[in-house]
Design a protein around this ligand. Structure first.
Ligand code: NAD
Ligand code: TYD
Length: 328
């Protein structure tokens, strides 16, 4: 297939691009290169690159012309940044998704895959969300992702677009920008900086290794029913304090680095997905959390040339704004 993959200079999109390129698909990548978009994430992946935004109809038509399918990863992906300011979230997730859908219809693209998140369902005390659970987002990040999902469903219903939605749980693995829990705590631990745990640290996430999510997306693109959503949850749930303690062990540190800081406003307590529907398509996760976390910490330890430019750039200023202190 000729695939247009948006946002593939980021964490999950670049992993997906590797999976798709290895199968011989021809890739065009459209990416705005925000702070999280890094061309070096695509090293070794054959592709045509279009530098542009999904909310720009001209860039989208240029990139989408001739595509058999579109996989949309382009996003502002961090909840804390959405709390600090929602505008780019609205632009990318709502306007951008709408521009992509219009172009896909005009250009007659056969298949559309929207990459989304478990956070659109909100928090769940016990049990797991299914695809028929109501959308109940808590943050500007998840609210705008939910709006994007609803636009996709509306275009399926109204215009007959062959689109599916993949809702993943928390991803982790190589090349994740260190604003997210696991790479942030790993790099802080490697530098002897304190580890800022929000509130009591007992919030639970359903951890999914990034390559497993990439394979699930490819499965839904090829075998999913148009017009339907598929939940993709990781095999293990774990609370934040347990994650942080394990990272301290893996980096040879003790718990004195843990610092409980002011909780995130509106913090969702627990996410959990039932993945029965995507498993029925033949997908299953290959990497358990214990093994994936070790692999991830090893990757950050071995790839200083990847994170050193980040820790000395925009991220330093972000960190100071978000945490009220400087990195070492
Ligand atoms: P990321 O922040 O690492 O990468 C996002 C990419 O999108 C970057 O390359 C960025 O430059 C690009 N981008 C941002 N705005 C754009 C725009 N307007 N036009 C074109 N490109 C733009 O994000 P990620 O963690 O790889 O997430 C990818 C997708 O997966 C997102 O849709 C996110 O909502 C979803 N998702 C993420 C997780 C997670 O745990 N990270 C879990 C489930 C779903
Ligand atoms: P994050 O990686 O931001 O993902 P999400 O909010 O999308 O789940 O956060 C994962 C969990 O870790 C979440 O409960 C918030 C918590 N957290 C901290 O305790 N400290 C931090 O510095 C960060 C970034 C997250």
């Amino acid at each position: 297939m000729k695939l247009l993959v948006t946002g593939a200079a980021g964490f999950i999109g670049s992993t997906y691009a590797r999976v798709a390129a290895a199968e011989g698909h021809e890739l065009t990548i459209l990416d705005k290169l925000t702070y999280a978009g890094r061309p070096e994430n695509l090293e070794g992946v054959e592709h045509r690159f279009v530098h542009g935004a999904i909310e720009d109809p001209d860039a989208v038509r240029d990139a989408m012309d001739g595509a058999d399918a579109v996989v949309n990863f382009a996003a502002e992906s961090h909840v804390d940044r959405s709390i600090a300011g929602q505008d780019p979230f609205v632009t990318t997730h709502v306007i951008g998704t709408g521009v992509l859908l219009d172009a896909a219809r005009e250009l007659g693209v056969a298949r559309f895959l929207q990459v989304s998140t478990d956070e659109v369902y909100g928090s769940i005390e016990s049990g797991s969300f299914t695809e028929s659970s109501p959308l109940n987002p808590s943050s500007p990040y998840s609210a705008t992702k939910a709006a994007g999902d609803l636009l996709v469903s509306a275009h399926v219903h109204t215009h007959g677009i062959e689109a599916s939605i993949c809702r993943g749980s928390n991803n982790y693995g190589p090349r994740q920008y260190p604003e997210k829990l696991i790479p942030l705590m790993t790099l802080n631990a490697l530098h002897g900086d304190s580890l800022p745990v929000y509130g009591d640290g007992r919030q639970v996430r359903n951890w999914l290794y990034v390559e497993d999510f990439a394979r699930a997306i490819h499965t839904v693109l090829q075998r999913g029913n148009p017009g339907e959503a598929y939940n993709v949850g990781g095999p293990d749930e774990c609370d934040n304090l347990t994650v942080v303690r394990r990272i301290l062990e893996l980096t040879g540190n003790d718990e004195s680095l843990i610092e409980h800081v002011t909780d995130r406003p509106g913090h969702d307590r627990r996410y959990s997905l039932s993945s029965d529907k995507v498993r029925a398509l033949g997908w299953e996760p290959a990497v358990h959390f214990a093994e994936g976390l070790e692999r991830t910490v090893d990757w950050y330890r071995a790839n200083e040339e990847w994170w050193a430019p980040i820790r000395s750039g925009e991220y330093r200023a972000y960190y100071e704004r978000q945490y009220g202190r400087a990195l070492s």
